[in-house]
Design a protein around this ligand. Sequence first.
Ligand code: AMP
Ligand code: MN
Ligand code: MN
Ligand code: MN
Length: 273
Amino acid sequence: MYDLHSHSHYSDGILPPEDLVSRAKSKGVTHLALTDHDTVSGIMAARTAAQQHDINLIAGIELSCLWNGVGIHVVGLNVDIDHCSIVKAVQVQAENRRIRSEQIAEKLTKKGFDNTLAGAQRLAGNGVIGRPHFAAFMIEAGYVKDHSEAFKKYLGAGKIGDVKQLWPDIAEAVEWIKDADGVAVLAHPDKYNLTRAKLKRLLDYFKEVGGEAMEVASGQQTKQLTGDLIRLVKDYELHASCGSDFHVPDRHWQELGVCGYLPKDVPAVWELW
Ligand code: AMP
Ligand code: MN
Ligand code: MN
Ligand code: MN
């Protein structure tokens, strides 16, 4: 069973790569992609653990991008993490995230929430900093009651803390991935709240710039949604990918391996490597 989208504590997941890999094994996953946001810091440790647990580790990265003012995630799978284009991608995105975290903190300060930058940085630890760390700090400080409230009021799409102007265009992310011999996958197309027409324009553009695959399953979802995305994959002659988008053990709908198997009538993304 393939699970081609997961996070470790090097981004906004909470498990170290070793624990992620052993958990995937215990859930019946045979092929796991570690796809941390804008970093490949966990890949080496995940690889070593994968050898010990006899599971296949696919090196991945989930790049934050911008398209038409919408924040979009492009996953790179089976990338050469030592290639200069990935080294560059990680450097560029780290700088973007550093500047962005200052901007997010500034906006939250204006809303009366103090010390969010230091708090989020502390909670991110050695991992790349992101909105979930701001959310976690806001919970800790008693500013909000949970992640859901933090995103709904302050950090989610369209809210003050949703700073995305710095992200590269999808075309650039696809180029970085392909230069490093990876496959570019449009992540969780259902999560962007796009109209049908706009989703189709996104797919037109993604194809045009060299995107090759799309996730038809992200975590637990309805059969209807999967069927719909499979039709789109066929229409656009893309390959299909699937992944849990695992972050933390207590979200059962994003548990490792939760996507199960891809249907046989669509070309699978792993046929590309
Ligand atoms: P960032 O990488 O800083 O843009 O943060 C995006 C991450 O925040 C996503 O990958 C999710 O893990 C998390 N996230 C996004 N929206 C929500 C939400 N509504 N509730 C909880 N977590 C979310
Ligand atoms: Mn995340
Ligand atoms: Mn994502
Ligand atoms: Mn993800």
